[in-house]
Ligand binder design. Structure first.
Ligand SMILES: Cc1ncc(COP(=O)(O)O)c(C=O)c1O
Length: 388
């Protein structure tokens, strides 16, 4: 049978290049992995217990499609406590199956075929797939020349080039760079997004891991009427496998987004939601400990890279750090990661998988034990010695 008449968008959707690279090296025995973007902590016990209790109470049926009210209230309370923003749990919050679902629904809800959707390049790879599936036109804004930060000027320049755009997919703290934005920078960006009448799909899944002087500020603070705020439990509470997150936005956006959400999942898994209630309500102290632990590990990696004279982008959040392919290596970021995987048995991610703007950079995920991170630095040192 000839399958070439399958949906053009589905056929054009780019594959997950992080996974594709990871497969190239997965056969190497004894590989130490620094290419995985997920917390290395167990999910906190209280969350597990609440979920077990829900299973034992036979809460095994569809919940409200938007999520159980008690969870939506917990999420609204969390957003208020963390970002000082009010959302109505009845009409402005939907519980989703991971931020990935929130993102997909948000992209679907703003995109008409052919719409330009801006992304900051390098960016989390799934954005490109989601925009392609929605028949949108992805427009990368490369930020490598401005220390990997999006500036209002870069938005003006891109808009002058393309004329119009519908939305921006904006993420901070950023996967893969660890870069983040302070209140002043966010205010300036929100102004420029507003000037061009863009919807802001704001992916703030790393909000809890912010190492700057001030706490994480949501861009919704400056442009609530056009922001689709996305966050979730995966990174914040070490719950990636639970697949639970949320989307919060003005009622009119949520009303349309609800149709997309319902068509994808009917309702989020019920028992998981009872665990998530505890997570959003009661884990502030656990999260503070995790944040400190990531920060210590960030500092350990920074000190290691400095001792090897390797140029890096100082991360202000998340658990990633980018370093530049050093001059002593004759090749690009893909070749660097392939060769170090074979020679030193460490798995890193070539940042060109995140877009053109990532070329010649390598991403380390430091959500790994301090012991392993020390081994990584040692092996980077050996790799350097072998190449100098
Ligand atoms: C920037 C970013 N957004 C969203 C996600 C997806 O998170 P979730 O597990 O909530 O679907 C990830 C996961 O790595 C991510 O890095």
């Amino acid at each position: 049978m000839d399958y070439s008449n399958l949906s053009k968008a589905a056929q054009a959707a780019p594959p997950n290049l992080i996974r594709a690279f990871s497969e190239k090296i997965s056969h190497i025995d004894g590989l130490l992995k620094f290419n995985i973007g997920e917390p290395d902590f167990p999910t906190p016990e209280v969350v597990k217990q609440a979920t077990i209790e829900s299973i034992n109470k036979d809460q095994s049926f569809y919940s409200h499609s938007r999520g159980v009210m008690e969870l939506r209230e917990a999420i609204a309370g969390y957003i208020d406590r963390k970002f000082n923003l009010e959302y109505d749990p009845a009409t402005e919050v939907i519980v989703t199956v991971g931020s990935t679902e929130s993102l997909k629904a948000a992209v679907d809800v703003v995109t008409n075929p052919g719409d330009n959707i801006l992304v900051v390049d390098p960016n989390y790879v799934i954005y490109n797939t989601q925009v392609t599936l929605a028949r949108g036109n992805i427009v990368p804004i490369e930020v490598a020349d401005t220390k990997f930060k999006l500036t209002p000027q870069a938005v003006h320049d891109k808009m002058a080039e393309i004329g119009e755009a519908k939305a921006i997919l904006f993420n901070y703290p950023v996967n893969p760079t660890g870069v983040s934005y302070n209140r002043e920078e966010l205010k300036a960006l929100a102004e420029v997004f507003t000037e061009y009448n863009l919807y802001i799909i704001s992916d703030e899944v790393y909000s809890e891991f912010n190492y700057g002087e001030e706490d994480h500020v949501s861009i919704a603070e400056f442009a609530k009427d056009r922001t689709i705020l996305i966050n979730g439990a995966s990174k914040a509470f070490a719950m990636t496998g639970w697949r639970t997150a949320f989307v919060a936005a003005p009622k009119a956006i949520i009303d349309s987004l609800f149709a997309v959400h319902q068509s994808m999942v009917t309702a989020p898994p019920t028992q998981i939601q009872y665990g998530a209630i505890v997570a959003y309500n009661d884990l502030d102290e656990d999260v503070a400990e995790m944040r400190q632990s990531y920060l210590d590990r960030r500092n350990l990696v920074i000190a290691g890279l400095e001792s090897l004279d390797i140029e890096y982008i100082k991360p202000e959040g998340a658990f990633y750090i980018l370093f530049k392919v050093p001059d002593w290596f004759d090749g690009d970021d893909q070749e660097f990661c392939l060769q170090i995987a074979h020679d030193q048995k460490v798995a890193l991610t070539p940042a060109s998988v995140f877009g053109n703007g990532g070329k010649q950079y390598v991403r380390i995920s430091y959500a790994s034990s301090a012991e392993n991170l020390k081994i990584l630095i040692e092996r980077l040192g050996k790799f350097k010695d072998a190449h100098q």
